[in-house]
Design a protein around this ligand. Structure first.
Ligand code: HEM
Length: 252
């Protein structure tokens, strides 16, 4: 038992350090780098991009992998082994509670076609995203039988799983293409640039409510799915404002 609590602490530690590494670089890409790159000429980019981006993306994608891996371990250990997700821990984990884990894991495969199709327009994605996140919280509560800690962390894990998918299967492969083109002095494929940028933006939006969901157990005043849905909305409004501010910060 003692050993397991040491392991749990170690996983929490790695989880948060890797999360800081990942999300810190995500903010650097979106709020710093994206405003610096357009100021550079082709020759400078040709020299800088192949040196800077592969290094930054190395820590970025491995940060994502370690955050996700340790997060899934914590989810399995605390919420499925110790049943901390349940409203009534004595009720035991039924089939429907187990299905909630499946929902977290398949979320990227629901998100990806939605993001390519009906939620392509940013305004629609913004509104529908808040509505879907709130709906998901209710699904975790009503179908999964989860209490506050359970449904908040499961929404965080859903966002995080989608984000890790975006990093490994969208942003990284597209960035490899973009960096190679820049290195060769050719114009990168505009579709690749647009899609990599959009998925990185989606991740930035999801990251801010995700962090709240990770720490939500310390915010019992927010313990209803509707309040958490409002927090997603507030988080996204904050991200919108930061993008705006980031574009106005000047170098000298
Ligand atoms: C990628 C998917 C992620 C999953 C599956 C996940 C899962 C989890 C789980 C299960 C916990 C334990 C919660 C509890 O004890 O009630 C946790 C805690 C936490 N996570 Fe995540 N997480 C993810 C991403 C992130 C990211 C990107 C960050 C950003 C830094 C983060 C920061 C935290 C923090 C600060 C805690 C609280 C640690 C504590 O109170 O001991 N997580 N996460």
């Amino acid at each position: 038992m003692e050993v397991m609590s040491i392991v749990e602490s170690l996983f929490r530690w790695i989880h948060v350090v890797a999360g800081v590494l990942w999300i810190g670089l995500l903010y650097f890409f979106n709020w710093v780098n994206a405003n610096v790159m357009p100021k550079l000429d082709g020759e400078t980019k040709k020299k800088l991009v192949p040196e800077l981006m592969p290094r930054a993306l190395y820590w970025f994608r491995w940060g994502a992998a370690f955050t996700w891996g340790t997060g899934i371990y914590l989810l399995l250990y605390l919420f499925y082994h110790h049943k901390l997700a349940l409203q009534d821990p004595d009720a035991g984990l039924g089939l429907f509670s187990g299905l909630m884990l499946v929902l977290v894991l398949v979320a990227p495969f629901i998100y990806d076609p939605l993001a390519k199709g009906p939620l392509k327009d940013p305004q629609t994605a913004f509104g529908a995203g808040v509505a879907l996140a709130t709906l998901l919280l209710f699904v975790f509560q009503w179908v999964g039988g989860f209490g506050f800690r359970g449904y908040s962390i499961h929404l965080g894990a859903t966002f995080g799983t989608i984000m890790a998918f975006n990093v490994w299967f969208r942003i990284w492969p597209l960035q490899r293409e973009i960096i190679t083109a820049t290195k060769n002095g050719t114009a990168p494929n505009p579709d690749a640039v647009a899609l990599a940028g959009l998925r990185s933006k989606h991740n930035t939006y999801m990251s801010v409510p995700l962090v709240f969901m990770m720490i939500a157990q310390h915010a019992t005043w927010a313990s209803s799915p509707v309040t958490l849905g409002v927090i997603v909305l507030v988080g996204w409004a904050l991200v919108y404002h930061i993008y705006d501010r980031a574009a106005k910060v000047q170098g000298f």
